[in-house]
Design a protein around this ligand. Structure first.
Ligand code: PMP
Length: 418
């Protein structure tokens, strides 16, 4: 009997499979609306786009400049980072998400650890909870929005925490099921763990309003729930880093027990560098030091120490005022282009094509993704009939649309819903 024969064949990751199918497709007008990676109006990734247009100021692109400085800096070595990461990076990253005037930072009660991007932050946070959280009767369960980023399920299951759905998206309104959400918060046993998306909810693009966030915070406090906040898109919702961190900062101010997972994949265009952080907010400095010591032990056993390059780039951008301003401009450009695509798609569907149905959600939803509200059969028809690639749940990455293909997409969408 050969070893591993009984291992079941796992299905391929649906998003990566979609990208592979798109790449193989020879149709000239094909569109990839699957993966959540930013593309410019020429469908190019952010940095290489600039390189190809030969913008003189390669050195003006903050990352290129940061990379060049790093590569030519002879004082930099290739030694290990501390287990919890590059201190200049984690400190600046904490300020970026929690705010420079955060009471929790002022009181030194945030334990920040560099992680393998947002995924690693989610994993380390989940692992820490699985070992140390003082569970109520709801032992080793996490409430996830229905729907959520599919990887959340796998990440928590991997560390022995069972996912439970809470209502979030209402297909009837193509918006937030606020009553269902608050009902779940009230019904869950005390000290339950709720995963919340800090901004730009993936996959729906539906975020609570500030008033709704306030009600969510109140319900969390009343039931002593724990907020596991995943924030992978800071800057992508509104184009403004501070605005998109509003809910996170509000929760800290209100004293909701919480942690935050942070990713620089999308907002800094550093997908492959795997640069992120986990920030756990504690009630006091002494507790925070204990938390950090245990995070360090966990990280040590998993990755020993995090990678240097991406953290050095982000650290340089965050700690250099000129680069920081240039980066904020980049974020405004990226978010602005996505918002423009929403408006143009909405205009084409409603004013030109008179596509049946209500499309208000296209402009009301936020961030990189939009839940179109179309059925799985219609999504499939878009792929087979129109060579437009999207996930079966009808989610489209707005970043895949541009001034050249938005009309073709609108016409294709119109055709499948008619
Ligand atoms: N959380 C959410 C909700 C996401 O959408 C993503 C990216 N798809 C991540 C976390 C993590 O991404 P990364 O590990 O590339 O930072």
């Amino acid at each position: 009997r050969k070893l591993w024969q009984s291992v079941p064949l796992a299905p391929p990751d649906s998003i990566f499979q979609l990208t592979a199918a798109y790449k193989e497709d020879k149709f000239p007008q094909k569109i990839n609306l699957g993966v959540g990676a930013y593309r410019d109006d020429d469908n190019k990734p952010w940095i290489s786009a600039r390189r190809q247009r030969g913008l003189a100021a390669l050195s003006n692109t903050k990352k290129k400049r940061a990379t060049r400085i790093l590569l030519s800096d002879e004082t930099l070595d290739h030694e290990y980072l501390p287990i919890t990461g590059l201190p200049e990076f984690t400190a600046a990253a904490a300020k970026l998400i929690l705010g420079s005037s955060s009471p929790a930072l002022a009181e030194s009660r945030v334990a920040s650890v560099q992680t393998i991007s947002g995924t690693g932050a989610n994993h380390l946070g989940a692992l820490f909870l699985s070992k140390f959280y003082q569970w109520g009767t709801n032992e080793k369960k996490v409430y996830l929005s229905n729907p959520t980023w599919a990887n959340h399920h796998a990440i928590f299951k991997n560390v022995g925490i069972g996912p439970v759905d809470y209502p979030y998206y209402d297909p009837k309104t193509i918006g937030l099921d606020f009553t269902g959400l608050v009902g779940a918060l009230n019904a869950a046993p005390e000290r339950s763990v709720f995963l919340l998306h800090g901004c730009a909810h993936n996959p729906t693009g539906v975020d609570p309003t500030p008033e709704q966030w306030a009600a969510i915070a109140d319900a969390m406090l009343a039931k002593k729930h724990y907020a596991f906040v995943d924030c992978a898109y800071q800057g992508f919702a509104s184009g403004d880093l501070d605005k998109d961190a509003w809910a996170v900062r509000f929760f800290v101010e209100k004293g909701v027990a919480m942690l935050v997972c942070q990713s620089f994949a999308k907002n800094a265009g550093l997908y492959g560098e795997r640069v992120g952080a986990l920030h756990i907010v504690s009630p006091d400095q002494e507790t925070s030091a204990k938390v950090k010591s245990q995070l360090s032990v966990l990280s040590r056993s998993e990755i020993s120490n995090p990678p240097t390059h991406g953290a050095r780039i982000v650290s340089m951008i965050l700690n250099n005022p000129n680069m920081f301003e240039a980066w904020k401009q980049d974020i405004r450009t990226m978010a602005g282009r996505i918002i423009d695509m929403r408006k143009e798609l909405f205009r084409l569907l409603t004013e030109e094509l008179h596509t049946p149905g209500n499309w208000d959600h296209i402009v009301n939803q936020i961030g990189m993704f939009s839940f179109t509200g179309i059925t799985p059969a219609q999504s499939k028809a878009l792929i087979t009939d129109a060579h437009v690639y999207l996930t079966g749940n009808g989610r489209i990455s707005m970043a895949g649309l541009n001034s050249k293909n938005v009309r073709y997409f609108a016409e294709s969408l119109d055709a499948v819903v008619r």
